[in-house]
Ligand binder design. Structure first.
Ligand SMILES: Nc1nc2c(ncn2[C@@H]2O[C@H](COP(=O)(O)OP(=O)(O)O)[C@@H](O)[C@H]2O)c(=O)[nH]1
Ligand SMILES: [Mg+2]
Length: 327
């Protein structure tokens, strides 16, 4: 594929979805020359446009795809442009969660106001994270109003998504018993809004009970500086029946508005940028180390010494960098 960066930038700024898809392919590429082009593109696109970035997490089966379809269509019907991205480090193995899901998001994927992109197939969360961050920026430059970043409930990926989102929404299904589902405390602590899905038909009473349980659990958490009065909150929805979704959106907007007014929105983004700068720097340093044959050979030798127990990891790590220190 050939890339004409200035014209690609222009097409993206004009909201061209095919150009956007091509640009995401470019930022996902592992090739060095592509990486340079991607950085050039991101640079040319600027940062003047801002979408509301919503992280959406939930274990397989809770109804993420169904929710995104209904929620996305509701927003596009209101004139908003909606992009959907996914962070799924396991997608290389499972064949891509959104891909199979595209059937569940059939209408949305055909909606001209929407854009859906599956997770890049990478087994490393770090790689997926970096590409998704770039993709978020591309979607913002393309004028999308809302960027939904979906992740499956597999440990670390929630943290990664929370660190690139303005709001974090946790989707749950009605629980069986009276105990809270196996949701890790750490994930609950990240949530701004908990949505108990499937509050319809025979599942409704259970959904209401689950919601009450979580509302209670949320009240026990320590208040965070980014919490508006009454947040984090739990509410029920039905993605299938499209009930509660407008209310959920109103709550998200209210929180985002409050965070904008208080400056928390901007300061959170600044903190996130700082965090990702450090992460990118780490990745660049590693790339630098492994791209130099001499340094790479040195790393392999030290790695073996560590494996044999002849050196401690910390000492070896420092020794690996010795040539760069001019030692
Ligand atoms: N009753 C009910 N079922 C739902 C609802 N949302 C999703 N489901 C069903 O739950 C199953 C998993 O949904 P899916 O969207 O694929 O979940 P995901 O794995 O989180 O993306 C499917 O059979 C859906 O039809 C809902 O609001 N109510
Ligand atoms: Mg799904």
């Amino acid at each position: 594929m050939r890339f004409d960066i200035p014209s690609l930038a222009k097409q993206i700024r004009a909201g061209d979805r095919r150009a956007l898809a091509r640009a995401i392919t470019l930022v996902e590429s592992g090739r060095d020359d592509h990486r340079s082009l991607a950085l050039d593109l991101l640079d040319q696109l600027g940062t003047d446009r801002q979408a509301l970035r919503i992280g959406l997490s939930g274990t397989p089966g809770v109804g993420k795809s169904t929710f995104i379809e209904t929620f996305g269509l509701m927003l596009t019907a209101q004139g908003k442009r909606v992009a959907v991205l996914a962070v799924d480090p396991s997608s290389a193995r499972s064949g891509g969660s959104i891909l199979g899901d595209k059937t569940r998001m059939e209408q949305l994927s055909r909606d001209p106001k929407a854009f859906i992109r599956p997770s890049p197939s990478q087994t490393q969360l770090g790689g997926v994270a970096r590409r998704t961050r770039d993709a978020v920026r591309l979607c913002e430059a393309a004028g999308f109003d809302v960027v939904l970043i979906e992740t499956v409930g597999v440990g670390q990926s929630e943290t990664v998504v929370a660190q690139m989102a303005d709001l974090f929404v946790l989707l749950l299904a009605p629980a069986g018993g009276d105990e809270l589902q196996g949701v890790k405390r750490g994930i609950m602590e990240m949530a701004d809004i908990i949505l108990v899905n499937k509050a319809d038909g025979a599942l409704k009473p259970q959904a209401l009970r689950t919601c009450a349980d979580y509302a209670g659990a949320l009240r026990l958490l320590r208040k965070r500086p980014q919490d508006m009065d009454g947040y984090p909150l739990a509410m029920t929805v039905s993605a299938l029946d499209n009930t509660g979704l407008q209310d959920a959106w109103d709550r998200m907007e209210a929180l985002a508005r409050w965070r904008r007014q208080t400056g928390i929105f901007a300061s959170t983004r600044a903190d996130q940028a700082r965090h990702w700068f450090t992460e990118d720097l780490r990745a660049e340093v590693m790339a630098l180390l492994t791209s130099d044959p001499g340094l790479k050979a040195r790393m392999t030798t030290l790695e073996d010494a560590v494996a044999r127990g002849e050196m401690t990891p910390a000492v070896a790590a420092r020794a690996a960098l010795a040539p760069l220190r001019g030692a």
